[in-house]
Design a protein around this ligand. Structure first.
Ligand SMILES: [Cu+2]
Length: 126
């Protein structure tokens, strides 16, 4: 009887180990996908300029050549993003609208809002 119980216990232990292995195998890609998503989200966040209360944040952003910068308007009135040297110009951005521009060459890109010219910002591309 005692032998029977110990056999049962070791079988149960084996089952627990193999079940843990199955869970690990199944969760592997999920965890990997979550990590990849987190990395993409983090990268996005660094290249976003938000518009809140008539202010570009951050007012000055430094990025590498080839980076796409995205402006998002959180105000409940429209804003435009216009480069002083006409390298880019958004349409009027309503609440939660966004505008993206990819910077293909190095330089300093001063921009302002065409509707509220006191709103200014700068992207430095290195
Ligand atoms: Cu504006």
């Amino acid at each position: 009887m005692r032998i029977l119980i110990s056999k049962f216990r070791s079988a149960a232990a084996r089952f627990a180990v193999s079940r843990a292995l199955v869970v690990a195998i199944l969760l592997g890609p999920v965890v990997g996908a979550m990590l990849a998503f987190g990395a993409v989200a983090a990268q996005d966040a660094t290249n976003v300029v938000t518009i809140d209360n008539f202010t570009f944040t951050p007012p000055e952003l430094t990025v590498a050549v080839g980076t796409t910068v995205k402006w998002v308007n959180h105000d409940d009135i429209p804003h435009l993003v216009v480069n002083k040297d006409k390298a880019f110009r958004s349409k009027a951005l309503d609440t939660d609208d966004s505008f993206s521009h990819t910077f293909a060459s190095a330089g300093t890109f001063d921009y302002f809002c065409a509707l509220h010219p006191h709103m200014v910002g700068k992207v430095i591309v290195k």
